[in-house]
Design a protein around this ligand. Structure first.
Ligand code: FAD
Length: 560
């Protein structure tokens, strides 16, 4: 078996040093909690927020006035969607302004325009604005520095393979030290565990570049670890059956479309949407937020390509957009334009719709940030019942850390080395390394992508049905057995990728089980055998959890 290189004892172990994880670490450490962050990459630049972000949705009384309800309603009715628990969204709104002020104080510029709070982007003309424009290019470096200054231990290049538990509560984590080629395990035993591993990318065949599976809108290294590990541990997950698809530059799969100051145009130069006739930095075209499928729908109609046209915007607004691309982490696009001599004032850019990934589909938490598994907290894109994205990750990360800081002393630290789960997982991962020959991890990942795309695909071009989903489940389970029997890794990097594939397989199975249970059509979940939207489900949330080794799929009311 592969060796255990260290065993660490702490009050809180954080899985994933992204925005949510670092915020939880900082807030818990401020209260004297001993914190260890396990990060598979490097917290200074890892995760979806690694390059930067520039829209932070929040409620600031000095800008919005004293009626929080107005902003709450705008948020619930905007692109953020209606599949969340209003109670948690409300809690988020109440806390959001204090986080904006903390970030400003720590060195993330929340007032990049004349030292004032400016709200714009993803906005309807004449409606309240909920997105604060900020400059997040250095956000990961700032949060890392802050965490370290409070004594947080950050272990970079430590990939969490399994959330450890005894069936009644979370107890720690089994990690892989992938800082060297030779793999070894690291065990962390802790009073509480914070899950903050981000979204689940690489589930579906990439829409624009099927041959390059790491060309994804959000971090491709976020591979459903938290979703799968929380599910296996018995926590409840929600909204798995509702696909989410983002859009952006065609072939250059990347989030960040809200930063563009543009109008969407048909090839003949006419406008696609009804919202504006001139794009300004105050109000750009919100068509693709409202009509998510516009690019696919128009391709199917033969009316594509749809272009982002910046040719008519004022020079000052253009310069502002170019600067904002840096804040938003679109520097690779800027570099490419520079190298190729592209000028957005002269050349329109074709946009397209990407494959599904998880945003707001994931672990269920309560208002205090705790999951249904005692001792396990979660925040950010891994969470399913309140919006993640940058603000959700930051605010709920903070809430989790605060509550952990108040409660961690009530829980004792238990040894994890002798748990059956620890031993079984270490034996399994060691076997992938120790076998003489086998198939590379990529084959498992491609197989999963094909199965999900074919049997649990998302609208508007793909449909689902009882027969498709049942056949898909059978194929996926067979693929998992094949992977277990035949996958071979040769170093710690490949072992990390292999573990990701097994997590993604579990996420894929859960997607299909939930999709089979939701016997209606809603959004991009198009059931050919149930072609209508059932109003009785409007206020419900579908969940999945594991009880006594079996999956249970059910439905509950939204928390008001
Ligand atoms: C280009 C771009 C622009 C964006 N702009 C905006 C914006 O303007 N506004 C907005 O609201 N959102 C924006 N987003 C989305 C936003 O960045 C994410 O929603 C946010 O980072 C989520 O935070 P998180 O902590 O949940 O996940 P992340 O920040 O992705 O962090 C997850 C961390 O977990 C680590 N990890 C994953 N698995 C493991 C494992 N098994 N073991 C150890 N570590 C693990 C990852 O390496 C990563 O560091 C943008 C995204 C991109 C890509």
């Amino acid at each position: 078996m592969l060796p255990i290189s260290k065993t660490i004892e702490t009050d809180l172990v954080v899985i994933g040093g992204g925005i949510g994880g670092l915020m939880a670490a900082i807030s818990a450490a401020e209260q004297g909690t001993r914190v260890v962050v396990l990060e598979k990459a490097d917290t200074r630049r890892s995760g979806s927020g690694g390059g930067g972000c520039d829209h932070f949705f929040c409620y600031l009384p000095e800008v919005h006035g004293n009626d929080l309800d107005v902003i709450f309603q705008e948020l619930m009715e905007s692109q953020i969607g209606s599949c969340y628990d209003p109670l948690l969204t409300y809690q988020f709104m109440k806390m959001s302004s204090s986080i904006v002020r903390k970030w400003q104080e720590w060195g993330i510029n929340m007032k990049p325009y004349n030292n004032e709070f400016v709200f714009r982007g993803h906005a309807f003309p004449g409606r309240p604005r909920i997105w604060l424009k900020y400059d997040g290019h250095n956000q990961k470096a700032v949060l890392t520095k802050k965490a370290r200054s409070l004594g947080v231990t950050i272990l970079n290049h430590h990939d969490v393979l399994e959330l450890l538990h005894d069936g009644t509560r979370a107890l720690g984590a089994l990690a892989l030290d992938n800082s060297r080629s030779e793999p070894s395990f690291v065990l962390v035993q802790s009073r509480c565990v914070m899950m903050a591993s981000g979204t689940a990318s690489r589930l579906y065949t990439p829409m624009s570049t099927p041959s390059t599976m790491f060309n994804t809108a959000n971090s491709p290294a976020n591979a459903g670890a938290g979703h799968a590990q929380a599910l296996r541990a018995g926590a409840r997950l929600v909204n798995f059956e509702l696909p989410y698809r983002h859009s952006g530059h065609k072939y250059w799969t990347r989030a960040g479309k809200g930063t563009w100051i543009v109008i969407f145009k048909y090839p003949d130069g006419s406008n696609v949407g009804p919202f504006i006739t001139k794009a300004t930095k105050e109000v750009s075209d919100i068509t693709s937020d409202v009509w998510n499928n516009v690019f696919t729908d128009m391709a199917r109609e033969g009316r594509a390509p749809i272009y982002m046209d910046c040719s008519q915007i004022d020079e000052e607004d253009f310069q502002c957009m170019m600067k904002d691309f840096e804040s938003e982490g679109l520097t690779s696009f800027l570099n490419y334009m520079g190298k190729r001599g592209l000028d957005l004032r002269k050349q329109a850019v074709e946009f397209g719709q990407f494959e599904p990934y998880f945003l707001g589909r994931g672990v269920e938490i309560g208002v205090d940030g705790q999951t249904t598994l005692p001792g396990l907290y979660a925040a950010g894109d891994v969470v399913g019942n309140v919006r993640g994205a940058i603000a959700g990750a930051a605010v709920y990360g903070w809430i989790c850390g605060e509550n952990i800081g108040k409660r961690y002393q009530d829980l004792e630290i238990k040894p994890v080395a002798d748990l059956d789960l620890t031993r079984e997982r270490m034996e399994f991962f060691s076997s992938l390394y120790e076998r003489k020959s086998g198939a590379p991890w990529q084959e498992g990942n491609w197989g999963l992508q094909q199965i999900l795309t074919d049997y649990a695909g998302a609208g508007p071009e793909r449909v689902r049905s009882e027969t498709l989903l049942s056949a898909g489940l059978k194929n996926l389970r067979e693929l998992r057995e094949l992977c277990k029997a035949e996958m071979k890794v040769s170093n710690s990097h490949e072992l990390m990728r292999a573990a990701e594939v097994f997590d993604l397989l579990d996420v894929g199975e859960a997607i299909m089980l939930c999709a089979r249970e939701r016997r209606e059509t809603r959004g991009l979940h198009i059931r050919k055998d149930y072609p209508f939207t059932n109003p009785l489900y409007n206020k419900k949330i579908f969940y999945i959890e594991r009880r006594n080794g079996e999956y249970v799929v059910g439905m509950r009311d939204k928390y008001k």
